[in-house]
Design a protein. Structure first.
Length: 725
């Protein structure tokens, strides 16, 4: 990928620059610093321009710089956007807003966070390692300055760093990962062997001091003792059974007495229950007869039967009296209503007369005047006439006579109403008595009907005859029961005499002896069970130990294999690297030849220790073709080290190009300014011309302008870097 366009804003001293560099020939980046006359073109912002390319891709700046200080002073946000010739676009912002946008060959690959987007950039570009490792590879192969060209070959890079660097270039990190995995497996197998050995030691401690032969012998002795003891127990038990068989006869006599006495009790109880049942029947028949007689007597009294003592002489107790009494009460109610209507009319007339009389008396005291003639007038019965005192007196006297007559009628009617009410009240009381008599009659009749139905259900035609039969049955049952009880008592007396004559033989001593043998047998069985369990446990533990020891063999085999591959995979990586190093060494020496240096680089990956063993160590030494001396780079001058480092960087860059490294450009910062003469500069330029990559070269040497077709001129003024054509 070549750089098509770069947009920079507030990056270090650069305020805003949009640059579309040449895709072909090399480009010189130089300028002037107007803020510092003695600095010439130093501090114009050239390195800042180149550093922005690494920052937008990796988020890192060269050693000595800090990403926290890249924001131009006085501002709070910086951003760099770069567009490549394959439509890949990256924009990074830092400050008040941190963001990273990534479009790869036209497809938006921006992720949710900056770190995820950064990882996506490494994935799409085929870069391996951590962000800092990827940036370091960029510095050693693409962005070349006075400090980075010596890094790979100097003591700043350890042997492990060189192995890691070459491994990333050749995608050999998988061998280290496999070695680390083998190391994890080795640790796992070691741990598993240790755990199994702990289990084996624990199992051995469980059976320590235990002999299978002794346990087997003890088991045989216990089994024989159990058989002997069982034989003696059977003999004692047989003797006990014989005695118990004899004693069972006496026990049977005791049981017989108890059964007979229990039978006697049951018979007496049964007889008592039977007698009680027959007596209950007699009592019930007696009660039925008395209840029927009483009910018949009471019905006769209510019906006025004079043969019954205390019979009723009142007519309202006889059948049909209720309807007769209700008719009389209804007639009285009708008469009462008629009297009440007359009474109400008399009372109303009396009130009207009293009102009219009041009006006349009021006209005597308060005269009424005619509104037309102003004469006194008189109003009688709603009619208007001339005021006449005599007429008023006459009318008033007439009203007084009428009032007296009405008051008399009112008093008489009131008495008649009271008399009617009292008669109605008395009639209702008699009606209630008649109804009660009717209810009593129905109750007694129901009682008789219920007993008649019961007798029909029990098939009793004559209660007195039935009572006599039950009484005879009771007498006969008592006689038969007394005979049965006497016979049973005789049997009990005989059984008691036989029981008392029996003498039981004790078995206590034999039972104690049998218990002793039983206890001994239990002890033998427990000891036998414990011995068998010990034999079983011993056998089981022995088998478990064998299984564990068998299993650990495979684990030890795995451990041996893992231990071998911990170094084996690293050796494979070293051998792959060694197979490629001759080409790298030849490429470096070719560039040294092009730079007209009588030196050759010698690369070794093994070093012999004091003990005579070989160990992995990636060393770069330089051989002087004139003197034949081989030594490390630190013994050479700064100019020689710079050109040797430059040759190594060119060779590494070629190696990356062969490995499809994504960047098709070189960034060279002030490598041809110091310690390289005019001839050395021309040689470097010739080497660069052979490279088809896009090339950006920073230089402070003004005479070099003539050697470049493309020029980027930067001017520093008032602390701000600007681009001038």
């Amino acid at each position: 990928m070549k750089i098509k366009q770069i947009d920079i804003e507030n990056f270090y001293s650069i305020k805003h620059i949009t640059l579309s560099p040449s895709m072909g020939d090399r480009t010189l980046i130089t300028g002037i610093n107007h803020d510092d006359e003695g600095a010439d073109n130093s501090g114009a912002g050239k390195s800042s321009l180149i550093a922005s390319i690494g920052w937008v891709v990796f988020g890192e700046v060269p050693k000595g710089g800090s990403v926290d200080k890249i924001i131009r002073f006085g501002t709070d946000q910086t951003s760099v956007a770069i567009t490549f010739d394959d439509d890949t676009y990256i924009e990074r912002k830092r400050g008040k807003k941190n963001s990273l946008e990534f479009i790869y060959q036209g497809d938006d690959c921006t992720k949710r966070t900056v770190s995820l987007t950064q990882q996506e950039i490494f994935t799409k570009f085929g870069m391996k390692g951590t962000p800092k490792q990827c940036y370091l590879d960029f510095l050693n192969t693409i962005f070349l300055n006075s400090s980075t060209v010596e890094t790979f070959s100097s003591n700043k890079f350890t042997s492990a760093d060189r192995f890691e660097f070459i491994s990333r270039i050749f995608s050999l990190n998988v061998w280290k990962e496999l070695s680390e995995k083998a190391k994890e497996d080795r640790n796992k197998w070691n741990k598993e062997i240790e755990d199994v050995q702990v289990k084996i030691d624990a199992k051995i401690s469980q059976i320590e001091g235990v002999s299978l032969k002794e346990l087997t012998t003890n088991k045989s002795w216990l089994e024989q003792s159990i058989r002997d003891n069982k034989l003696v127990m059977e003999q004692v038990n047989e003797s006990i059974k014989k005695i118990e068989l004899e004693n069972e006869k006496g026990t049977h006599l005791f049981t017989t007495v108890i059964d007979l006495e229990s039978r006697l009790v049951n018979i007496k109880s049964s007889i008592d229950i039977k007698k009680e049942s027959l007596n209950d029947k007699l009592n019930k028949y007696t009660k039925i007869e008395e209840d029927i007689r009483h009910a018949s007597f009471e019905i006769g009294k209510l019906n006025g039967d004079d043969s019954c003592e205390g019979y009723s002489k009142d007519s309202w107790t006889k059948p049909g009296s209720i309807e007769r009494i209700e008719g009389k009460i209804e007639k009285l109610e009708t008469e009462k209503e008629e009297r009440y209507e007359i009474f109400s009319k008399v009372t109303h007339d009396l009130v009207d007369c009293l009102k009219e009389d009041e009006k006349l008396k009021d006209q005597i005291e308060n005269h009424i005047q005619c509104p037309h003639c102003n004469n006194n007038v008189l109003v009688i019965d709603g009619k208007l006439s001339k005021h006449d005192e005599e007429k008023i007196t006459k009318e008033s006297h007439s009203y007084m006579q009428k009032i007296a007559t009405l008051e008399y009628d009112e008093h008489r009617l009131s008495d008649e109403l009271y008399e009617k009410r009292e008669k109605i009240k008395e009639g209702k009381e008699i009606l209630e008595k008649a109804r009660q008599a009717q209810r009593d009659r129905e109750k007694y009749e129901n009682t008789i009907d219920e007993y008649i139905k019961w007798c029909e259900q029990e098939n009793i035609e004559d209660i007195e005859h039935t009572y006599a039969d039950v009484s005879d049955k009771l007498d006969n049952f008592c006689v038969e029961s007394d005979k049965e009880i006497e016979e049973l008592k005789k049997k009990i007396d005989i059984a008691v005499k036989e029981r008392d004559a029996f003498e039981e033989t004790p078995t206590y001593d034999l039972e104690v002896e049998y218990d002793d043998y039983t206890e001994r047998q239990q002890k033998f069985n427990q000891e036998l069970g414990a011995t068998e369990k010990s034999i079983k446990d011993l056998t089981l533990v022995t088998e478990e130990i064998k299984l564990l020891e068998e299993g650990i063999k495979d684990t030890k085999k795995n451990l041996k294999e893992s231990t071998f591959w911990v170094k084996g995979f690293i050796d494979v990586r070293r051998m792959v690297i060694e197979s490629a190093l001759p080409n790298l060494e030849s490429s470096i020496n070719l560039y040294l030849t092009k730079l007209k240096m009588p030196l050759r680089v010698v690369i070794d990956t093994l070093k012999e220790t004091k003990e005579g063993k070989l160990k992995d160590e990636f060393n770069i030494n330089v051989k002087d073709l004139i003197t034949g001396r081989i030594d490390n780079m630190e013994t050479y001058s700064d100019g020689q080290k710079k050109r040797i480092g430059l040759a190594i960087c060119f060779a590494l860059n070629d190696l990356l190009r062969d490995k499809t490294y994504p960047f098709d450009f070189l960034l060279i910062d002030q490598l041809i300014d110091n310690d390289i003469d005019e001839i050395g500069v021309n040689l470097v330029m010739s080497i660069l011309d052979e490279n088809e990559k896009q090339k950006f070269i920073i230089s402070h040497r003004p005479e070099l302008k003539e050697k470049f077709k493309n020029l980027i001129w930067l001017v520093m003024e008032n602390g701000i870097t600007k681009l001038e054509n």
